[in-house]
Design a binder for this molecule. Sequence first.
Ligand code: ADP
Length: 595
Amino acid sequence: MSEAGRHRDDHRLVRVTIEFLSTVAGYGGRRVAWWLALTMASAVTEGIGLVLLVPLLELTGVTGGGPGSARSSALTPLFELAGMRASLPNVLALFVALVALRGLLLRAEAVAGGRIQIGLTEHLSRRYYAALASASWRYFLRSRQSDFVQTLTSDVRRIGHGTSLLLRVIVESSMLIIYGATACSLSPAMAALAAIGAGLLLVLQRAGISRSELFGSKLSSSDRILYGTVTDHLAGMRLTKSFGAEKRTLDSFRSALAEISGTQLAFQANNATAGMVSSISGAALLALLVWFAFATLQTSPSRVLVLIFIFTRILPRTTNLQRDLHLLAHCLPAFASYSRALQEASGMAEPRSVSAAAEAAPLLLEEELRAEGISFSYDPGTPGAVLDEASFTLPAGSFTVIVGESGAGKSTLADLLMGLLVPDSGRILVDGRPLVAERVASWRAGLGYVPQETFLSHDTIRANLRWASPDATDEEIWESLDRAAAADFVRQLPAGQDSVVGDRGSRLSGGERQRLALARALLRRPRLLILDEATSALDVDSERKILDAVRLLRGRMTVVFITHRVHFLREADQILSIQGGKAITVGAPQVVSQA
Ligand code: ADP
């Protein structure tokens, strides 16, 4: 890698690390402060424990002075202050008390750290999900579903891991500082030398840490491919089986998986190399320090022993620190990817500034809905708009059929009527008042929509219907099932309304699913009911029943029926034909049947 490229990577790494740190601190400032206090306290107890080794060694007579005499303990004044002698039993008792205190602090620190990690993971998931829930329909049209799942699962999980690594890095670093300070109190010269050496060791790791981050980025994109592959395969399983394409799907799954394994392996190898370099250079540094201590410093043997002990503890901590830095760098791209996804979703939020005036006066559709010269294009700026200055009127309580060739723009028009899409120009007026962002939420509360692709969740019929109208009673549910020509088949099911429909309604026929979807829309008692090719999977008999039901709704609600079936045309009050982006009111049904 070129020097400029490395600098760029370093900058990115530093920037993401700072963002990550501020997210962690911003999420739980107080929790982090508490955890930090516990960490510092436990590090200090460890430091005191180490200094206590000097009088301990002297008192036990291991290092000159003879048993029972502690000449040079830095802690002697402390004992005197407490009115105690620095005798062996006292020093030993203090030692045990310190270890017990440290044990308690470590436990509290682990719980506090866990709270930060788990809490942050939950917080980030909630934040992203909330951003998704309020993102505009347009955003979903151009995004891939599996990317959302990846952000919510893989990215968030890796960020959680990264958080615990970040905390560990802080612990390791503070421990190193405490060890350094302790060593400094025993021999400043040796401590300075050790600090320079440890600094050099970390600088040596710079390139390796950048590589770890690169592997982390690769893992994010390979994950994305894997999630996309699996989602597509599961969604298209019936087709896959009917085409006998299992092997092909298995192959593409394997290759996505192999890419991930390759990246992970390369990362492991990189990490192992770094670990090896770190322990070899660390051992060399330790040897140098011991030699330096013995050969050049006039230090007491007990101090030299403790110093060596301290440095042998510093060494694995430095190795741990570098390992954790590598792992953290590996996790940071997940945070970068999460931040990007969150920013994108938040940037596409639906305007929801519901003004008090709009709340007070919801759009009721009591007179008419009028579209005035609405134009819409999925790619503004490119020629060929889907709708090009289309104008029409839907009188309240009327039954309008919308016809047009496939791809003419019928579903797009339905999305515009629901306020899911916003016209590039022109406007939609309900009872003379424009359908603007502020009124969209209350407008949708009065809508019933039945799409061609019904959406049912793996739950009971009752739960699926109540999803649209949570307060509906069983009687109201039966009534709407009846109106949607679905009551008979539901009654025949062994569990009635309690029957589970299967994943996405897979235990029902296409026609049954559509009738349930219609019943669900009717349960809302909508002011405007939009059916988008909603009877395409019905047999003639069921379709006839729905048609009769819709005819009965006439006058009670405004109905828009998107269809290509001619016999509906006879039932309609008016017919809109979408042609070349225009909505042409064809007029009386008889005229169309003759055409
Ligand atoms: P219809 O319902 O009449 O079959 P649509 O409203 O679904 O037609 O589509 C109208 C046109 O808009 C088609 O040319 C289609 O390719 C295009 N279109 C539909 N959805 C999208 C989308 N999400 N992004 C870009 N173009 C789209």
